[in-house]
Design a protein around this ligand. Structure first.
Ligand code: FMN
Length: 140
């Protein structure tokens, strides 16, 4: 993964939300197609990780545009309880190649630690940036 130098007032935002029971993989694919198109148009990059219960999404781009998108995502009925985990200024993007990379985190042995951390974050009130870095690595 290459990082791309940027010049504007850009941020990285990460949130965790709970997947609604009827948001199946076909629904997620629909989100992906629409999001790729929209994000490309808005110069937003990012990645979406999903498990049986959760979504974890990274969004990067100009602050006002990312904030507006996040506000609209929070109103989306395909998930619930969106919780902001991180919002920070950036000078480089971590997902510069993807309008929206989407990855399913499988519940296999290899991913047990990540799933455990995700479940913990889902229930805890705080998350550290180093915990989030694990997900960043899994997504890149
Ligand atoms: C988990 C999740 C992630 C989403 N991510 C994005 C995204 O990265 N970009 C985007 O434009 N819409 C995303 N959406 C969809 C938005 O909530 C909203 O439906 C969409 O932006 C509306 O686009 P439209 O006005 O082009 O129909 C996401 C929805 C969910 C449930």
């Amino acid at each position: 993964m290459t990082s791309q130098a940027i010049s504007k007032d850009e941020i990285q935002l990460v949130y965790l939300s709970e997947r609604c029971a009827n948001t199946d993989e076909a629904a997620i694919n629909k989100i992906k197609l629409r999001a790729e198109h929209n994000n490309h148009r808005r110069n937003i990059t990012g990645a979406l990780l999903f498990t049986e219960h959760y979504f974890l999404q990274y969004l990067e781009g100009e602050a006002a545009i990312v904030d507006a998108l996040y506000a609209s995502i929070c109103r989306d009925k395909r998930h619930t309880n969106a919780r902001l985990l991180l919002r920070k200024p950036i000078t480089q993007r971590d997902f510069s190649r993807w309008s929206l990379g989407v990855k399913k985190l499988l519940d296999n042995e290899e991913n047990q630690d990540l799933i455990a951390v995700l479940n913990m974050i889902g229930q805890a009130s705080k998350v550290t940036e180093s915990q989030l870095d694990w997900f960043k690595l899994a997504l890149q």
